[in-house]
Structure formats: C-alpha cells, structure tokens
Design a protein around this ligand. Structure first.
Ligand code: NDP
Ligand code: 2IT
Length: 444
C-alpha cells in the first residue's frame, strides 16, 4: 500500500466520528501524491505525514456562564495548535452549535497550508465552541466570551498563538475576548487579530477575506483569458466573507445576484444591495427576510437553493459542504465558468472532482480565502511595530499577496503536470514550505 493510503487509513482509524477531518486530510494527501511518491522512502522513515496529521497540541475546556435568566449554561471550548513549523499558531475561533473537535481539526489542518501559501510566517491553528451567539443578548455574549478567554488565555500570546474570528465570531466577540485577555494577563499585545480600530485593529481586515477572494478570482480568470467584467456572480452566505465578496465583485464589474443564511436565500436580479445587507446583518443582526421586505426586486426562498440560479461565477461563502454533487451538476448545466471558494471546504469532494472534470476553473478555499489570515498577519506586524498602516497600504499588500498566491498555485500545478488543477497546485505549494521548515527543524 502506498504511504499516502496508509496514512489516510490511519487517520480514519485514529479519529473515529470525525468525517470533516477525514475529508480535509484525504483532499490534501490525495493531491500530494506526485510529491510524496518522489520521496516516499525518506518521508516514511521520517514519519513526515504522521507528524503532519497529528496536531502538536489539542486543548479542550469547560466554559460555564450565566444567562439572562440567572441559569448557568455550560459549553465546550477548543483550541487545536496544529503546526508551528513556520510561525506562531494562527487561525480563527468559530462559535456555532455544530462545533466539535472534528470541525476544529479539519479547519486547523486546512489552516496550515493556507497560512503557508500567504508567504507570511504563521503556523496553523483553530479553535472555537459549540456556543450559539444567535438570539443571545450582548451581555450573554460578553459573559460567554469572558469565560471562554479566562481559560484560553493560558495557552495563547502574541508570539505563540494568535486567534481571530470565523463563523459567529466578529468584531464584537473579539473585543470582549481581548478585554478579558488584557485584564487577566496585563498585556496590551497583538494576541488576537480582527480587533477594533481603536485598540490595535488593522484597516481592511474586516473586508480582507471577501476582497481577497475576488482578487484571487480576478487573477485566475485573467490567466485563463477571462474577466469578471459583466459576469453574473452567485454568492452564498450573508456574513463577513459573503458581504465583502459581494462588495468587491461590484467594484470589479460583476453583478452578484444572490446571498443566503442558515434559514433561506435571496435572489435579487437587479444585484444585491450591499449597504442594505450590511445594515441587516452587521448592525441589526436580522434574518434575510428583512432584506426581501425592504427591496421590491428581491425574492426570498426558504431553505437552500442559490446554486440553481444561472450565473457565470459561483462563490460559496457560508460553510463546509454547502455545495454538493447535485449543486455542481446544476452549476455546470447553467454554464458556470468558475467556482471560487470563500468558505473553508464548502464543496464536497465529489462535487469538486465533477467541476474540475467539466473544465470549470476551481479555486480551493485554502488559496482563495487566504486574504483574511494574510491581513491578520499584517495586523500582527503593525502591532509589533506599534504603527497603523493606511487602508490603501493594507489593501494593496493584500492584492499583491493574492496575486502571488495564484501565481504560486498555478506554478506548482504546472510543475507537477496538473495544469489548471488549482487544488493540486494549492496543496503542493502550501506543503512545500511546511515540509522544508519541518525538515530543517529536526524531529519535533
Ligand atoms: P459569519 O458568521 O460572518 O457568516 C456565516 C454565514 O454563513 C452566515 O450567513 C450564516 O448564516 C451562514 N451559515 C453558517 N453556518 C451555516 C450552516 N450550517 N448552514 C447554512 N448557512 C450557514 O462567518 P464568516 O463569513 O466569517 O465565515 C464564512 C466562511 O468563511 C466559513 O467557512 C469560515 O470558516 C470561512 N472563512 C472566514 C474568514 C474570516 O476572515 N472571517 C477567513 C477565511 C475563511 P446565519 O447568519 O443564519 O448563521
Ligand atoms: O479561516 C480563516 O482563515 C479565518 N477564519 C481567519 C483566520 C485569521 O487568523 O485571521
């Protein structure tokens, strides 16, 4: 049996009941075959893949807090410090009821290669909780964040592990957690990114993931003789990534006509009103039904369905496995030319393969959504320098980073004979640097 197959089997056996983690490992290791096969004997001797798929450290803790009725609630907190070969652990915190160790491990594993692709010195980590911020009062969210950080603060620091936001964690949550960290540790340092602008946050971090997705899409389309100009964009999600993907899509000449949340979706043939969407999601924290009520051109539908709408480029920006094989078939049927992932692993493995086999340009999230974490690394640099750069400065660095990522992914795909397969390209390009750093640092 090949080394890759052996390690995939081992991961499935040693991590039962964690299908998302298995999926992420399979996607990465399968596409690394051309590199692994060339070095199989040495890698096997060094147990390189076993070390890569085993987190350096996993922390799991109790998070008790008191709700508005005086009732004590208990959630579970996690931080997986996956790989520090190229820098301090870096990656977001997700607060969502679906969170369990398998979700955090899949996200942490992906983060290793994504962070490597940014070209910046950051290792991979991820954390979160099964806490659901939806419907909670501000005080309840604060109580939860304070309790969560009271434990997490023992394991993180500006030079060791730097969390940020992800699903359910935005500026409000980062602010409450930062306040508690500072109170306990007495340190004003860049221990979290995505902070408010008045206490060390970076301009353009809020926009960075969505903008970066569009910069990547632009570079990929350009390399294939296409452009975003005049294209219809199909977007899922209505959170941080989706909102700023929609905003940048307009700026680059495309027309996004859909968005979605966990209860329903919007089709707005005149183009999504992004200011209205921001007001509803960022300020009022309402459902998308409020969008349809305020906008006569929009249709609201319950459940899932954005991928049935005809468009040229699709941007899944909500959550994992939200685009399955039937969705992929519908997109191909409707003539989509590219799928660019804003979320982490939003496309199932068979859907990904179907799209690639049908000549759809496919950008994997670990490359196309890396602008968020890259700008987090720029926030860390600014914090270390005790300086703040202008919006234009950060945004132009972000654009350069995304173009570099595309060039690097494209190069790796070509080098190994997989021209235009950006999944293979991203995994190989991300892996190269991590392996180099791991080898140089000995058996640790
Ligand atoms: P937000 O919490 O801001 O938004 C998430 C959006 O996705 C919401 O519209 C939410 O709907 C919807 N959603 C979440 N879970 C589900 C679900 N199970 N089914 C259907 N819809 C769902 O998160 P972000 O925008 O930050 O994150 C979106 C994706 O992008 C995630 O995969 C995240 O890991 C990834 N990502 C985020 C980065 C960042 O910088 N924030 C960076 C790189 C990747 P509702 O409001 O109803 O919950
Ligand atoms: O998935 C991701 O890259 C993020 N949620 C952002 C991580 C970060 O540290 O900014």
């Amino acid at each position: 049996m090949s080394y890759v197959d052996e390690v995939i089997d081992l991961v499935v056996k040693q991590n039962p009941g964690e299908p998302e983690f298995h999926q992420a490992v399979k996607e990465v290791l399968e596409s690394l075959r051309p590199v692994i096969d060339q070095n199989e004997e040495q890698y096997r001797k060094d147990a390189l893949l076993e070390r890569l798929v085993n987190p350096e450290r996993q922390i799991k803790f109790r998070v008790p807090w008191v709700d508005d009725n005086g009732q004590v609630q208990v959630n579970t907190g996690y931080r997986v410090q996956f790989n520090s070969a190229i820098g301090p652990y870096k990656g977001g915190l997700r607060f969502h009821p679906s969170v369990y160790i398998g979700i955090i491990k899949f996200l942490g594993f992906e983060q290793i290669f994504k962070n490597s692709l940014t070209g910046l010195p950051i290792g991979g980590g991820k954390g979160g909780s099964d806490f659901d911020p939806k419907g909670k009062s501000d005080r309840e969210v604060m109580a939860f964040c304070q309790s969560f950080m009271t434990e997490l603060c023992k394991y993180i620091g500006a030079d060791t592990d730097v969390p940020a936001g992800d699903i359910g964690v935005g500026g409000r949550e980062v602010g409450y957690m930062y306040g508690q960290y500072k109170r306990i540790r007495g340190l004003s340092e860049g221990v979290l990114t995505g902070k408010g602008l008045s206490f060390g946050g970076s301009l353009a971090r809020t926009e960075a993931t969505g903008y970066g997705v569009l910069y990547f899409a632009n570079a990929m389309l350009k390399a294939n003789g296409e452009t975003l100009e005049g294209k219809t964009a199909i977007v899922s999600g209505a959170g941080n990534v989706a909102i700023y993907a929609i905003e940048k899509a307009f700026q680059l000449g495309a027309k996004p006509v859909t968005c979605s949340d966990s209860t329903g979706w919007i089709y707005d043939p005149e183009g999504i009103d992004v200011e209205l969407l921001k007001e509803i999601k960022e300020v009022k924290r309402e459902r998308l039904t409020a969008y349809a009520e305020a906008r006569p051109s929009a249709e609201y539908h319950e459940g899932k369905g954005v991928w049935t709408i005809k468009g040229d480029v699709a941007f899944p920006c909500a959550t994992q496995n939200e685009l399955d094989i039937d969705d992929a078939k519908a997109l191909v049927e409707n003539g989509v030319i590219a799928v660019v992932e804003g979320a982490n692993m939003p496309t199932t493995l068979d859907a990904t393969n179907y799209l690639i086999d049908n000549d759809v340009l496919f950008a994997p999230g670990k490359a196309s959504n890396a602008g968020g974490v890259a700008t987090s690394a720029l926030e860390m640099s600014q914090n270390s320098q005790r300086l703040s750069w202008t919006f234009e400065e950060v945004d132009s660095k972000l654009q350069g980073i995304m173009e570099n990522i595309f060039a690097n992914v494209d190069r790796a795909a070509k080098e190994y004979g997989f021209d235009k397969n950006y999944v293979v390209g991203a995994n190989i390009a991300g892996f190269e640097k991590v392996v180099d750093a791991m080898n140089a640092q000995g058996i640790v």
